[in-house]
Design a protein around this ligand. Structure first.
Ligand SMILES: Nc1ncnc2c1ncn2[C@@H]1O[C@H](COP(=O)(O)OP(=O)(O)OP(=O)(O)O)[C@@H](O)[C@H]1O
Length: 231
């Protein structure tokens, strides 16, 4: 089976002339369905740039980007509607949950589905099921300000899963959590990867969770320096 995330020879720079920064060079990386891969490296090594390229938020300079078996970028964008691709194929989890403060937990999750044309009543009932799945169903009616950090992050994961994405990208999802909550979040991401056959790519500095990855890829100066299998 072809990997859900496939980067081949990807490069990305910012700026012009003497101010040019080569953020990524010759990145080849595959993440298969069911896999949870961590991306680590010092500050400035290119982790966020890589995640944003996979999310199609940034455009590569060179290489080939394939997502869910389809070529997305090769010399130019190969897909006409990147927003639709992002909405349907990719779920994004941020360091801070970014929940909308004026919607309760259920509607924060349901909104992601209504943007994808799911009727509100169906979206709300699916949102509740997802919150149950992420063990935060009891807080379905709570406003974000009333949620603990761990609860809010699980609601944010439910939101990222709302449209059953094949690809889940997370930028330091456990950075704001204590060790125990961080383990819970990682266990849930592993479960989602296995049960929904998703590819999960997580940027992290958090050595408490390194053992939870199938593979840990290290970046340095925009290149892949090495890879290990912690398990
Ligand atoms: N929009 C941008 N414009 C100019 N340079 C950028 C931009 N985004 C990133 N860079 C540069 O690209 C390099 C990689 O940055 P990136 O944010 O991907 O690193 P990172 O590993 O995620 O760092 P951190 O751990 O601090 O978040 C850095 O030298 C950074 O300054």
């Amino acid at each position: 089976m072809s990997p859900l995330i496939a980067l081949q020879g990807i490069a990305k720079g910012f700026g012009e002339g003497g101010a040019r920064v080569q953020a990524l060079s010759d990145i080849t990386l595959n993440v298969a369905a069911g896999e949870v891969v961590g991306l680590r490296g010092p500050s400035g090594s290119g982790k966020s740039t890589l995640l944003n390229l996979v999310a199609c938020i940034l455009e590569p300079d060179a290489g080939v980007l394939r997502l869910a078996g389809e070529t997305v970028w090769q010399g130019r964008w190969a897909k006409a509607d990147l927003r639709a691709l992002r909405r349907r194929t990719i779920g994004f989890i941020f360091q801070f949950h970014n929940l909308l403060p004026f919607l309760d937990a259920t509607d924060n999750v349901a909104l992601a589905m209504t943007l994808n044309n799911v009727p509100l009543t169906v979206a709300r009932s699916r949102a509740r099921a997802l919150l149950d799945y992420l063990q935060v169903g009891k807080r379905a009616d709570a406003m974000p300000a009333k949620l603990s950090g761990g609860e809010a992050q699980r609601v944010a994961i439910a939101r990222a899963l709302a449209n059953q994405p094949h690809i889940i990208l997370a930028d330091e999802p456990t950075a704001a959590l204590d060790s125990e909550r961080a383990q819970v979040v990682m266990d849930l991401l592993r479960r989602v990867a296995r049960e929904q056959a998703a590819a999960v790519l997580v940027v992290t500095h958090d050595d408490k969770i390194f053992s939870r990855f199938d593979r840990l890829v290290s970046l340095r100066d925009g290149r892949i320096e090495g890879e290990m299998r912690p398990g």
